[in-house]
Ligand binder design. Structure first.
Ligand code: SAH
Length: 224
């Protein structure tokens, strides 16, 4: 809203953006509030700013993508983040998902294999006032053992199976959401819930919606 009370196109786009998320079934008020607070325009390049509130994935540097807002909202809702939680994200990309999580959690650690993306995301997160996010360059398949355990883990690149290190770094009672499936085949989101039983650690797996993510690749990126 402008100070004179008139609405700009950007205000209208943001209202429509939240209405679209509600219509598609996102109902968690805290998630909708977080999605409303984070300016998606600040996480895409200037030439894409006018498309920032469209419900679509957009290209970012290094041949990667910022996920579709509905998928960001859906994964965040399914993750069930509480204010005291420490969250691990694999695949920082633009930093947008990390920014949304930062509004809901105590602390977010986000790992990206491209230094270029990590540096840019760090700048964007600082500019957006998300002081509780730490972006680390590394291989998400290894997670972040120094900072484990995490109450919640979210993976935003598709692996063929649940990375063992991430399951290890999930706290008891913790939840992990990740896309599983081949690079060019059907992928779906999976929710893993970790618990301790008399027989040992149990990882319960629920299959959620079909999705399309860039692949989770091993190692730090050799290019920038
Ligand atoms: N959450 C991001 C979506 C980024 S797309 C956003 O909100 O914009 C997925 C990202 O995962 C890409 O940037 C890709 O480089 C990164 N990625 C892929 N494999 C990875 C790995 N093993 N470790 C860390 N990051 C990885």
């Amino acid at each position: 809203m402008m100070t004179d009370g008139t609405s700009t196109q950007a205000d209208i786009d943001r209202v429509n953006f939240l209405l679209t998320l509600r219509r598609r079934g996102i109902s968690d008020q805290a998630v909708l509030r977080a999605m409303g607070e984070v300016p998606r325009t600040a996480f895409v390049s200037a030439d894409l700013a006018t498309s920032a509130y469209a419900d679509q994935a957009l290209p970012i540097e290094c041949g990667q993508t910022i996920s579709q807002p509905y998928v960001v909202a859906y994964m965040t809702e399914q993750l069930g983040v509480k204010p005291q939680h420490r969250v691990l994200e694999i695949g920082t990309g633009s930093g947008y998902q990390a920014a949304v999580l930062s509004k809901l959690a105590a602390e977010v650690v986000s790992i990206e294999r491209y230094r270029t993306l990590a540096d840019q995301a760090r700048r964007r997160l600082n500019a957006a006032g998300c002081g509780n996010v730490e972006v680390i360059v590394g291989d998400g398949f290894e997670g972040c053992p120094d900072r484990a355990p995490f109450d919640r883990i979210i993976v935003t690149a598709a692996a063929e199976e649940v990375p063992a290190a991430l399951a290890d770094q999930l706290a008891d009672g913790g939840v992990m959401i990740l896309p599983l499936g081949p690079q060019n085949g059907p992928q779906h989101l999976v929710r893993i819930t970790k618990s301790q039983t008399p027989e040992g650690t149990r990882l319960a797996e629920d299959r959620l919606i079909p999705v399309r993510f860039v692949p989770m690749l091993r190692g730090k990126a050799r290019e920038l």
